[in-house]
Design a protein around this ligand. Structure first.
Ligand code: 16G
Ligand code: ZN
Length: 531
């Protein structure tokens, strides 16, 4: 067929370096940008097939998130704006690793296995972050789409969550919003303004937020969005990309891992600050107190604030909807304890990686999910949205229930339900703090984190470690879990686990205990047990 000839011809222009093997990892392919041209072309091909298969628009995002500037990466977005399904991750890995002369064979195998009708139309949305390599790499994706006769729309510079949003809007015929960057700002900012409109005693001080844009796409997009916020949120933007390097000594990952503010930003005591990561799908909050001590409010703190707020509103609205918080093994033990025992909220634990949390959150009427690293969002079931909508429109309910229903409706609209979104999470947190009249210090004292430590261990083959129970227990190698259990027993309020990383060639060790010394010692001892 003519289109396969075209694939052959074009593929030769995007050759694979000999011997290179890459895996579609926890969030797509990610490595040094110089090795990715053929991967991008082939992901353009695969996205076209996925679009034909699902008869819907598919997204391809070119980004390496919080990795350094010289890296890049790519991930595929499924029709409802969620991460591509796992069976197709395997297709992606096969296609990426096929030798140059085998590309057509692998492509045809996928077509056959998935029974794809090649005369079906295909539509692919493409977006990219601000890395200097992103322009040519996203062009390679577009080349892949056109080689197989697909239609593409190039959104250019967008955050990862913006592209997820576009794909969802497109495939729901605009029900989720308009599939444009302008539509995105309009939807989320209007909801934010509605939410904060009756918080009249909010001072200018409370409206002020210090933001670290990680010198990335998030900074650019916040600038674009600012006028839509009508001064209801006044952002002083640092690391806007004009001087510093992407993710270099700044950004959500740096702040979370280093447990300190981005380098070079002057923070006043008590000032509310937040950092985005390089593609703006993660956010963490922080402040320094009058003694200069740094306080981090991570994904667990956000999950707690958001779920408390939602639970209170559901109670006020008299709506019997099941709410749950989904975490990973990295969630601080204090957060889980607070949620289960004080808030009486159901908590579920899943494996690391957004797709796992997302799927579990879908099982509830209201599913709040966050990784400790700051990636998260809230999902509302269709039934929950309908009940909230009905109540908001009902003229026969008392004022208290009605007010709660209206707040819930606007809360739904300020949230990007397709994926964790730093911009949307920021607007949600800012709105909750405004409504509750809460300072960042008050939010911080809801519970106190247990001291914790994370370490990386280099081993010959990290795959010898196999885990169960949402990565909280090691099944292999024999004796490892027993050794960890014995070490944990020596400390108070202690917990520890090990897991092979899905993004780096290391084993990760996590430990928490009643003091920092104990957490450090336990992490160290467990890392020795891993060898
Ligand atoms: C990826 C995941 C992130 C996870 C991290 C774990 C997405 C979008 N991102 O960055 O959620 O926390 O991997 O990395 O799913 P690790 O396996 O190296 O610890
Ligand atoms: Zn990211």
């Amino acid at each position: 067929m003519a289109q396969f000839q075209e694939v052959l011809k074009q593929s030769a222009l995007h050759p694979k370096p000999a011997g290179l093997v890459l895996q579609y990892g926890t969030s797509g392919f990610r490595t040094n940008a110089k090795q990715l041209d053929h991967i991008m072309f082939r992901m353009g091909l695969l996205a076209t097939l996925r679009s034909k298969k699902t008869k819907a628009t598919i997204g391809v995002m070119v980004t390496a998130s919080h990795n350094p500037e010289e890296d890049n990466g790519v991930k595929l977005i499924d029709p409802m704006g969620e991460m591509v399904t796992q069976d197709w991750e395997e297709h992606a890995t096969q296609l990426a690793n096929a030798d140059q002369e085998d590309v057509l064979t692998v492509l045809k195998n996928i077509i056959e296995k998935e029974a794809i009708n090649m005369s079906q139309e295909a539509n692919v949305f493409v977006g990219k972050d601000t890395r200097s390599s992103s322009a040519s790499l996203s062009q390679a994706v577009l080349d892949g789409v056109s080689a197989l006769g697909g239609h593409s729309k190039d959104y250019g510079l967008v955050t990862t969550p913006q592209l997820h949003y576009m794909v969802c809007c497109q495939n729901t015929q605009g029900k989720y919003g308009e599939a444009t960057v302008e539509g995105y700002y309009t939807k989320f900012c209007q909801a934010f303004i509605q939410l904060t409109k009756n918080t009249s005693n909010r001072t200018d001080d409370q409206k002020h937020l210090c933001l670290d844009g990680a010198n990335g796409i998030g900074a650019l997009k916040v600038r674009e969005m600012e006028s839509h916020l009508k001064k209801e949120l006044q952002i002083s933007l640092n690391n806007d990309g004009s001087k510093g390097r992407l993710n270099h000594q700044c950004g959500a990952d740096y702040v979370k891992v280093q447990q300190k503010p981005p380098t070079g930003i002057k923070i006043n005591p008590g000032e509310r600050c937040c950092s985005f990561d390089g593609d703006a799908d993660r956010i963490v909050y922080y402040y320094t107190d009058s003694e200069g001590t740094f306080h981090l409010l991570d994904g667990d703190k956000m999950a707690t604030l958001i779920s408390t707020f939602l639970k209170e509103l559901l109670t006020q609205a008299g709506l019997d909807l099941k709410i749950a918080v989904v975490q990973t093994a990295y969630a601080n033990g204090s957060s889980t304890h607070y949620l289960e025992n004080t808030m009486k909220v159901l908590v579920r634990c899943t494996k690391t990686g957004v797709k796992h949390l997302h799927h579990v959150a879908q099982e509830f009427d209201v599913g709040v999910y966050f990784e400790a690293n700051g990636h998260g969002t809230v999902l509302f079931s269709k039934a929950a949205e309908e009940k909230i909508q009905q109540l908001a429109e009902d003229t026969n309910v008392n004022d208290k229930r009605k007010k709660a229903a209206l707040l819930l409706r606007n809360t739904i609209n300020v949230i990007n339900q397709t994926v964790g979104d730093a911009i949307s999470d920021m607007l949600l947190i800012e709105a909750i703090l405004a409504i509750k009249g809460m300072t960042i210090q008050q939010w911080d004292t809801i519970y106190t984190d247990l001291p914790n430590r994370q370490l990386k261990v280099k081993v010959a083959d990290r795959r010898v470690i196999d885990t169960t129970d949402a990565e909280r227990r090691a099944v292999t190698p024999a004796g490892l879990q027993e050794a960890i259990d014995n070490l944990v027993k020596k400390y108070r309020q202690a917990r520890s686990f090990v897991r092979p990383s899905g993004t780096e060639d290391v084993v990760r060790v996590y430990a928490e205990a009643d003091t920092q010394e104990s957490a450090d010692a336990l992490a160290h001892e467990v890392s020795l047990a891993v060898y």
